[in-house]
Design a protein around this ligand. Structure first.
Ligand SMILES: Cc1cc2nc3c(=O)[nH]c(=O)nc-3n(C[C@H](O)[C@H](O)[C@H](O)COP(=O)(O)OP(=O)(O)OC[C@H]3O[C@@H](n4cnc5c(N)ncnc54)[C@H](O)[C@@H]3O)c2cc1C
Ligand code: FES
Ligand code: FES
Length: 1279
């Protein structure tokens, strides 16, 4: 693929690997080709991970390195994303830059819609997208001036790279010749003519035609399908021919989606409007196929889409409904084949013969009185495969609404597209189009409870949802409905795209009298944002290959619980390039890591306890060889029956990691007895995948002397890895040095499993005596490393009629997985935050970490807090619904208001919590909007709006006191430049930038003199993890200490020469033999929690915040749009407001993902289904609130942290739940219409499926009444 060619062969590492499957955009590059017919040069953004290099003959490829650099000149797209604070960890940034660059090459004056469409295929896990959009909206006319013009490089298209003239000459050569490329195992043939293509297809009927490679490429990569011969007909002009006739348009099968889009747009202009229904319907679907990169270039072709015959193709239902035909061609002749139910035989099967190709597709113009419509529902508005889609066509008799012909096709409800022909037959000759009952009957037999993809009731209800809309569409076209109804249905805000309104970001001013040079409190750009935007920033896998380097691939268990009877790697060792296989027996030192009293094996020896557990590892001279070797390892198992997957099973079998904790204050039983009402409820919160864009990466280099090992890796905790590697190899820690330049995101997921993976890689390096690299593929990473704990929260609450809660009793069960990892600590933190912001006099919590046969879960931003707070807020919602009051009233009534004790007896002052609440209420104009929403909901039946406001009180610091310490090392060199080292790792949260600001203030020198190179155990030993939102608090203080020591040492020199420069003072100090190097140390807070006494001071202080969101929900599909979010945060005095706002927005969006869209799915035998961005949806550009305001609370201070600041990395994840509760609010309104009042359970994430079913519209009722649920096993587990 182009990606590995760029990174490994050309050493152009700016283009990143994020998923390898076209789903994240990190690998985006620009491909340009010259068209000899039009004499135009065309540019496309494409995913390099799916683009075969052989297909690039005659094309120019531009990578992020090609457009600008910090060494020469930046390109404006690089500069603006950096200056707008749109690059945090920076791993997604080169991809964003290249998508935007390509857009500007094609259109130097884009609209906001162009920008958001152009970026829709790019994911970012850090920023929350708003700053990226703000950086790039500066290229659009008529947008607010966010920067003064003089601060930005102008866009000057004349300065762009020119297309290579030799490629133009090459393209002008008319007769294309056949190209053949032979690899180690595979031959790639690109025929020069149609005849040659047909001959090749006759010679190699099983060889696939690779056009865009978006389907076949994925099969080869992820399913291990191998094709010795590949035919790539991209040079065959007939496949790209487009002809227009009065009856319709004939499109070559090789045309890309983007090209097809432009053909349809042209046809819509050229044909009379009444003939364009089919074109419009198809266009509507094409716009939502994948991201821009997938639709582009030769990628994702029309022929490929049809021939792939996937059940949720967006095109085939509409092509089938719309009377389209194709021309199939082979050496034996041509035939015209209708694209209909007889064409698709089953999953990925069509009537095409092996030697046939699809030459072209005919798309007919609509006839008079013929209407065509397409519908689509996907888990995310953009860049997501459809859950259900449909194509529908109806042809009426002239001058009447009697149906003459009707055709309906559904996608996503079976192994192939399904035709509702029986229902259609019933309709012909009738006046009205009301198919619901027929379709229900039809679907009942087609979609059973264990249907692949799950969501059975939802998918059934969606198919019905289309019917009334379709009816309205038709009647609308015939002007039979009143305008009111039409407007009501067509003013939806769910059509995708993020067109942001002006957002307010309100920061604090620096203190009066602060020197202009002092950067503390100022919105300084992330210190390496420019290098990140140019691709120069170095991540672990960007390190150049070292001599003799090997690659390691992990072999994992395929069984949830089994004895290992034999591992046979003899076949693997015979394969070319395979050097060795590493098993537990090869570990010279400790074979396990111990966490909270439990041992975790590095490599399983006798027994496996989950699918995905690491068993052995193959090392080979290349990644490809190591992968083949790993596939050849055969592990024999003897299955053990006592598997546990769900928390219910764990409870039944008492499978817990100990200790189980409990905390109580007051007398809960008495409180419940005395309450006027008691309610019992529950909520389930699903897990979450970290989805850091950079997967786990390691390079271990044996020095070859005295057992020294250098470990380069991406971890939040280098000292922990150092210790793990040393123990594993049985050598002292002083022989192992860990080096972390930066991480491409981490979010808690790069601590424990990272140390284990590094240890295994080190064993391989030690055994072979050669450097070993290991970079997990996205699917491996998702399978092996675990994520956030799913939690089942059960509660009993007692309350008074006036809304006061008198007692609450909580029980939490967290699904910990097969090993303990940090699960016991997560369960403890859950109990410490169960009160959130509420003063409940009688309060009890019990938590359990359930041991199951799923991959072990681990730390994740918030560490259990986002789960337990959702439980208490859900309880508040229930109380409100029970009392018929508004949730915000119950929140306000029960909130801490004055200096109080928490349930673990820690005193705190909630003044700033209350201030955040009041300010958020005011800034969000909450009460006024609540009235507007009520009015909207009265006037609309199937669209409902909801609003919610939630507070947070988040404890900062580690309850284990020793983890709060930090150290630093600061060197001043003779030229005055300063090198700062500290224990924190840079993972996008901007710690190095803040630390640079601290050093600048303390040494009173500009930040340009201060450098931070990496985090290394050689410079600063025994460091603590960069976690718990405490990194800057601790490391900032240590750096401050070191700088103050140095500054004080220089004092006599400064006094003697007050007018001297920094450089003078430094050289003088050197000559006077004053040490210019100092270590700094911060002891940290002495925090503790005594679980026996159930009291303590586990936190240094609290960060407070309040978030308010409003959504609009389509009750028929469950799709929602966040219309507005306002956040007020008490962050003390921010050291760097732009970085802190970046953390707030990024965490909010991660929370929005957690609570509304991210769903991990496991098979009934414990296999993780969701192993990449195509199955697991994190928020994208289209999910950002249309209006997103963030305010930092003014006039706040904090005596417990550096410069009065507060930790902010984790707290605001929970504010994403304001969207969850706003959805719940909208659902409540819908249920009210259905006559349902009172509490109801809405589990998290509130996906469209859950929201739609909870609305209880008559469609979902119809489906449930007809439900086929029975004894069959569901497709996915409910863990
Ligand atoms: C990240 C991602 C997102 C996607 N999102 C969507 C989406 O939202 N909606 C949607 O509908 N699809 C989506 N897809 C699927 C994509 O549209 C199809 O994979 C694509 O259309 C296939 O075209 P291709 O040219 O890449 O096919 P290839 O992968 O090159 O080939 C696929 C198959 O088709 C055969 N084939 C190709 N051309 C011909 C021909 N002319 N004659 C006969 N056989 C042929 C090949 O032999 C091969 O078996 C997505 C894919 C990816 C990777
Ligand atoms: S790495 Fe290519 S799209 Fe993710
Ligand atoms: S900055 Fe986008 S993924 Fe980190």
């Amino acid at each position: 693929m182009l990606l590995s060619f760029l990174r490994k062969n050309l050493r152009l590492t700016g283009t990143k690997y994020g998923c390898g499957g076209g789903g994240c955009g990190a690998c985006t590059v620009m491909v340009s080709r010259y068209d000899p017919q039009t004499k135009n040069i065309n540019h496309w953004s494409v995913n390099a991970c799916l683009l075969p290099v052989c297909q690039l003959h005659g094309a120019a490829v531009t990578t992020v390195e090609g457009i600008g650099s910090t060494k020469t000149k930046l390109h404006p797209v690089q500069e603006r994303i950096a200056k707008a604070h749109g690059s945090q960890c920076g791993f997604c940034t080169p991809g964003m830059v290249m998508s935007m660059y390509t857009l500007l090459r094609n259109n130097p004056q884009p609209t906001m819609e162009d920008v958001t469409e152009g970026l829709a295929g790019n994911l970012c896990r850090c920023t929350g997208y708003r700053p990226i959009v703000d950086g790039y909206r500066t290229f659009c006319e008529g947008q607010p001036e966010l920067f003064s013009k003089g601060d930005l490089l102008p866009l000057d298209p004349t300065q762009d790279l020119i297309f290579p003239p030799e490629l133009m000459r090459l393209a002008e050569v008319k007769d294309q010749t056949t190209q053949r490329f032979c690899g180690e195992r595979m031959t790639w043939i690109s025929p020069g003519s149609l005849n040659e293509l047909l001959q090749l297809k006759a010679d190699y009927p099983q060889a696939p035609l690779v056009m865009g490679n978006t389907n076949i490429g994925l099969d080869m990569k992820f399913k291990g399908i191998f094709h010795p011969v590949i035919i790539s007909p991209t040079q065959v002009p007939e496949l790209f021919k487009v002809t227009q006739k009065p009856e319709g348009v004939c499109v070559g099968a090789g045309c890309s989606m983007s090209f097809l889009k432009s053909v349809l747009e042209r046809s819509i202009n050229d044909f009379p409007p009444e003939s364009t229904h089919m074109f419009r319907a198809l266009l509507q679907q094409i716009k939502l196929v994948g991201g821009q990169q997938i639709r582009n270039v030769a990628v994702s072709t029309l022929g490929g889409n049809i021939a792939s015959a996937y059940p949720n193709s967006d095109l085939t239902p509409i092509l089938a409904a719309g009377r389209c035909t194709l021309v199939a061609l082979s050496k034996d002749g041509r035939r015209r084949v209708p694209i209909d139910k007889d064409f698709f035989l089953g999953f990925a099967k069509t009537v095409l013969k092996p030697d046939e190709i699809v030459l072209s597709v005919f798309i007919p113009a609509s006839r008079p009185n013929e209407i065509v419509h397409a519908f689509r529902h996907a888990p995310r508005k953009e860049s997501a495969l459809a859950t259900v889609n449909a194509g529908m066509r109806v042809w009426f008799n002239e001058n009447s609404n009697v149906v003459k012909e009707i055709s309906i096709y559904y996608g996503g409800v079976g192994a192939t597209i399904l035709s509702a022909d029986r229902a259609c037959q019933q309709i012909v000759g009738r006046y009205r189009v009301n198919l619901c009952c027929h379709v229900i009957y039809f679907l009942k037999i087609k979609l059973g409870p264990s249907a692949p993809g799950g969501k059975v009731d939802f998918r059934r209800s969606l198919t019905l949802r289309y019917e009334p809309l379709y009816e309205i569409n038709i009647t609308w076209n015939f002007n039979l409905f009143t305008p009111f109804v039409c407007v009501y249905l067509f003013t939806g805000c769910h059509s995708g795209g993020y067109t942001p309104k002006d957002c307010v970001l309100c920061v604090q001013n620096v203190l009066e009298g602060q020197s202009a040079q002092d950067p503390v409190g100022r919105p300084m750009m992330h210190r390496t944002a420019l290098s990140q935007a140019t691709g120069e920033a170095v991540y672990c896998d960007d390190l150049p290959q070292t001599d003799g380097e090997l690659f390691l691939v992990i072999v994992t268990s395929s069984r949830p619980h089994a004895k290992i009877t034999h591992i046979d790697f003899s076949e693997a060792l015979k394969l070319p390039g395979v050097v060795d296989v590493i098993t537990a027996k090869d570990i010279p030192g400790k074979r396990f890591r111990t966490f909270t009293g439990y041992d975790e094996e590095l490599l399983a020896e006798d027994e496996v306890t989950c699918v995905g557990q690491m068993v052995c590892a193959v090392v080979a001279d290349s990644k490809a060889h190591a992968k083949r070797g790993a596939a050849a390892v055969k592990i024999s198992y003897e299955d053990l029956q006592d598997r546990i997957f769900t928390v219910e099973e764990a409870i039944e079998k008492e499978s817990f990691f100990l200790p189980r904790r409990q905390i109580e204050r007051g007398d809960v039983e008495k409180g419940l007895r005395e309450a006027e009402q008691v309610y019992e409820g529950e909520i389930r919160i699903g897990g979450q995948e970290h989805f850091y864009l950079e997967t786990q990466s390691f390079l271990v280099i044996p020095i070859g002397e005295e057992k020294e090992m250098k470990v380069y890796l991406s971890t939040q905790h280098p000292a922990f890895t150092q210790e793990a590697v040393a123990e594993t190899l049985g050598i002292p820690s002083n022989r192992v040095s860990c080096h972390v330049k930066r991480l491409g995101g981490a979010f808690g997921g790069k601590v424990t499993k990272t140390a284990i993976l590094a240890s295994i890689t080190a064993v391989a390096a030690s055994k072979t005596g050669r450097p070993v690299r290991c970079v997990l593929e996205r699917g491996e990473d998702m399978l092996i490393t675990g994520g956030r704990h799913p939690v089942w929260g059960i509660y009993k609450v007692g309350f008074m009629k006036d809304g006061r809660i008198t007692a609450a009793d909580f029980q939490y069960y967290a699904n910990a997985g097969n090993v303990v990892d940090e699960s016991v600590l997560v369960a403890e933190k859950i109990l410490l935050h169960l009160d959130n912001a509420y003063n409940i006099p009688n309060l009890r919590g019990r938590s359990a970490a359930c041991k199951t046969n799923l991959p072990s879960n681990t730390a994740f931003r918030g560490f259990g807090v986002p789960q337990c707070m959702l439980v208490v807020e859900s309880m508040i919602d229930d109380v409100a619904l029970k009392l018929g009051r508004l949730p915000e009233e119950i929140r306000e009534i029960n909130m801490y208001k004055e200096v109080s004790l928490t349930h673990y007896k820690m005193e705190f002052d909630p003044e700033n919590l209350v201030r955040c609440w009041n300010e958020c209420m005011k800034k969000a104009d909450f009460r006024q909007r609540r009235q507007g929403i009520d009015l909207f909901n009265q006037q609309n039946q199937f669209k409902k709006r909801g609003i919610a406001i939630v507070p947070i009180k988040y404890g900062i610091g580690f309850a284990e006191a020793f983890l709060n310490q930090a150290a630093a090392l600061v060197h001043i060199y003779k030229d005055g430049s300063v090198l700062v080292s500290h224990g924190g790792t840079e993972m996008g949260q901007g710690i190095h930038t803040k630390v640079q600001q601290v050093a600048s203030r303390e040494l009173n020198i500009p930040t340009s003199l201060i450098h931070i190179s990496e985090t290394s155990t050689q410079c600063v030993p025994n460091t603590c993890p960069s976690a718990a939102s405490f990194g800057t608090d601790a490391n900032g203080m240590a750096v401050k200490d070191a700088c103050q020591i140095l500054y004080n040492r220089l004092e006599p020199i400064r006094k003697k020469n007050p007018k001297g420069t920094w450089q003078n003072w430094i050289i003088t100090a050197f000559l006077q033999k004053i040490s210019l190097s100092a270590t700094g140390y911060y002891r940290g807070h002495d925090l503790d929690m005594d679980w026996e006494k159930q009291e303590g001071k586990p936190y240094a202080y609290f960060t407070y915040a309040v978030g308010c969101s409003e959504v609009e929900l389509d009750c028929l599909t469950g799709e929602y749009r966040t219309l507005r979010t306002d956040i007020v945060v008490d962050i003390g005095r921010s050291i760097n407001p732009s970085i802190d706002i970046g953390q707030i927005e990024g965490a909010f969006m991660q929370g929005l993902g957690l609570y509304t869209m991210e769903e991990l799915k496991f098979s009934p035998s414990g296999v993780l289904y969701t192993r990449g961005p195509s199955q697991y949806k994190i928020p994208s550009f289209c999910d950002v609130p249309l209006k997103f305001n963030v305010y930092l609370l003014a006039g706040s201070s904090n005596p417990h942290a550096i410069y009065s600041s507060k930790g902010i990395g984790e707290p605001t994840v929970f504010l994403g739940s304001s969207v969850f509760f706003a959805i719940k609010d909208a659902v409540t309104a819908a249920r009210k219409d259905a006559g349902l009042t009172g509490p109801f359970q809405l589990n998290s994430p509130a996906t469209p499926e859950r929201a739609c079913l909870a609305c209880a519209t008559h469609f979902t009722q119809m489906v449930r009444d007809e439900s086929t649920s029975g004894p069959a096993q569901p497709w996915a587990l409910n863990i």
